[in-house]
Design a protein. Structure first.
Ligand SMILES: [Zn+2]
Length: 249
């Protein structure tokens, strides 16, 4: 039941994120005007605005003008639903489920906005941080010190990185990592490590394709890597941290 709820909520929120991802960086209202076709500006009827299904039924075309509707819309809806469902399915304690849902629902719009516009909006991060603290206080008050410590520690760690390498990372990344700490606790270390490995891997790949000089100029935003690292840490973090503390140290 909870899993079905997570899937439906993920689809609906994914649909809302499509609006957020487009309008927020353009400083447009999230509410008005309602959804409309980007080509003919015709309003989208509620029955044509059902997540994923409408796009399939209409074969990715506007009902009025036949203009193409990007596959990105259903992809964001499906991706969000996959993440919210996986959290409900694979995480166990109420604390980890609540913080996990807050985390994935923040990461979808943040990663896509950063990818396209190179900004990580405070207007998303700040409410998410407040929600993570409230969710922690409600589900497992004893875990709050770990949340806070991980948030502050991770943000300070990334601040050093951002100061050393200002072109690759910004204050948005520092704040995002603080949120990851609030949601992941000590597993945030796994998230940062995974993000750095992915970032370096993609960086090397870019340089191999376009050459080192060109590659250095192609600054890739770090937010999407942090988001990917956070998802890895969310599901694989606790066993990795456990293994490290018990086998390596
Ligand atoms: Zn149209």
């Amino acid at each position: 039941m909870g899993i079905l709820l997570a899937a439906v909520a993920g689809l609906l929120l994914g649909s809302f994120f499509n609006v957020v991802i487009w309008r927020l960086p353009r400083h447009e209202s999230l509410v008005t005007p309602g959804s409309h076709c980007p080509h003919c500006s015709e309003p989208v009827a509620p029955y044509d605005n059902v997540p994923v299904l409408s796009w399939i039924v209409l074969r990715g075309r506007c009902r009025h003008c036949g203009g193409g509707i990007s596959v990105r819309y259903p992809a964001v809806e499906l991706g969000t639903a996959a993440l919210t469902t996986a959290v409900a399915l694979f995480l166990h304690s109420s604390q980890r489920i609540a913080l996990g849902e807050i985390l994935v629902l923040t990461l979808v719009p943040v990663a896509l906005i950063d990818l396209e516009h190179r900004i990580i909006p405070n207007v998303i991060l700040a409410p998410a941080a407040v929600a993570a603290l409230i969710a922690g206080a409600l589900t497992r008050p004893a875990g709050l010190p770990e949340q806070a410590l991980a948030g502050v520690g991770a943000a300070l760690f990334l601040l050093l990185f951002a100061l050393a390498y200002p072109r690759g990372m910004g204050m948005g990344d520092v704040k995002l990592v603080g949120l990851l700490g609030l949601c992941l606790g000590r597993s945030v270390a796994v998230a940062i490590l995974a993000a750095l490995i992915l970032g370096v891997g993609v960086g090397v790949g870019v340089m191999a394709r376009v050459g080192v000089t060109e590659g250095r100029k192609t600054a890739v935003p770090f937010g999407p890597f942090l988001a990917a690292g956070a998802v890895i840490a969310l599901f694989a973090g606790p066993p990795v941290v456990h293994w490290y503390l018990h086998s390596v140290l």
